[in-house]
Write a protein that binds this ligand. Structure first.
Ligand code: ASP
Length: 333
């Protein structure tokens, strides 16, 4: 009888695949973005069915941990996890033990005890997602850390642009308003330039970060510059992140008069986007917000399928499954 040789490594259980996080647009390549947009498109088709739930992430646990207010991001992550049949828990800092003085580290250690597969975190401090990644074994998705990054917002914006304008490469996007305090702007500048779009920042000089051109974009204070863009992306004045006592603009009224996006400042057919929440009558005229060329509700819908794609990709190691010759998520499900 032939000898059966067992190599020492054969006796070891297979190694757990490496954890992957989505903390910044720096974490993704152009290929990753294309794959995620393709996955989101497959999921969009699944949502046209009468039964919208897919069994793909059955038995997985997704925890949403929000230390800042949120409507769109928190609801879409929760629904995305549910549509993929994952178990979900949503924890808001107010009403939790954070009110009793518990630190982020201790909250993360507590939640980590449930062995979550993914923790989605929004926090006012830059770097909070890294801390949670260090003290838990979960895959971490950054749903906004201070003025640093909001990567899934940028991905859903790319998806919206690609669906509505047919491409991203070669398009010109003007981002208007309070860029200085905007994580959405930072993630979008990186994501849009990564995918070959041109970005122009427009706003009061005090609200455009110094040296931002190093990110591969242009900057101007001239609101008329938005007319040349294919897409006008409007930002809110993010008062909650402004330094107390600092005067970035003489007044909100002055801001609206000089940088508010009004019908007169737009060309017919220009697409308008806004990450929400909008302050109608401040950064955006209500007629612009309600116009057929405004993609604001489309962005919200894109948020759901992009977050489904991100959860799916992190938990199934997307590249292997969603590659050109591989099955689509729907076939896998
Ligand atoms: N909702 C976006 C964010 O969380 C934009 C904003 O708050 O103005 O960053």
């Amino acid at each position: 009888m032939a000898d059966i040789r067992v190599m020492r490594d054969d006796l070891l259980p297979p190694k757990a695949p490496p954890r992957r996080h989505l903390i910044s647009i720096d974490d993704v390549t152009e290929d990753d973005v294309s794959r995620l947009l393709g996955t989101a498109r497959s999921f969009e088709r699944s949502l046209e069915r009468e039964v919208k739930k897919l069994p793909t992430l059955r038995g997985r646990l997704v925890i949403n941990l929000f230390y800042e207010s949120s409507t769109r991001t928190s609801s879409s992550f929760e629904l995305a996890a549910k549509r993929l049949s994952a178990d979900t828990m949503s924890i808001k800092s107010s009403g939790s033990s954070v009110d009793k003085g518990e630190s982020l580290k201790d909250t993360a250690l507590t939640l980590g005890a449930y062995d979550p597969d993914v923790i989605v975190i929004r926090h006012p401090y830059i770097g909070a997602p890294h801390l949670v990644a260090r003290v838990t074994d979960a895959h971490i998705v950054n749903a906004g850390d201070g003025k640093h990054q909001h990567p899934t917002q940028a991905l859903l914006d790319l998806y919206t642009i690609q669906q509505e304008l047919g491409r991203i490469e070669g398009l010109h996007v003007a981002i208007v308003g309070d860029v200085l305090h905007s994580r959405v702007a930072r993630s979008n500048i990186q994501a849009l330039t990564l995918m070959g779009a041109r970005v122009t920042l427009v706003g009061p000089p005090a609200l455009i970060p110094r040296g931002v051109e190093a990110m591969g974009c242009e900057a101007t204070a001239d609101i008329d510059a938005i007319k040349a863009a294919d897409v006008v992306y409007v930002l809110r004045m993010q008062n909650e992140r402004m330094q107390e006592g600092a005067n970035y603009v003489p007044s909100l009224r002055e801001y609206t008069a000089r940088w508010g996006v009004t019908p007169e400042r737009l060309r017919p057919g220009q697409k308008v986007m806004h990450p929400g929440p909008m302050n109608r009558g401040v950064e955006i005229d209500p007629t612009v917000a309600d116009d057929a060329d405004a993609l604001i509700v489309t962005q919200v819908r894109a948020g759901l399928v992009i977050r489904m794609a991100v959860l799916y990709d992190l938990l199934t190691h997307g590249p292997a499954l969603v590659g050109a010759a591989a099955k689509t998520p729907l076939e896998v499900a």
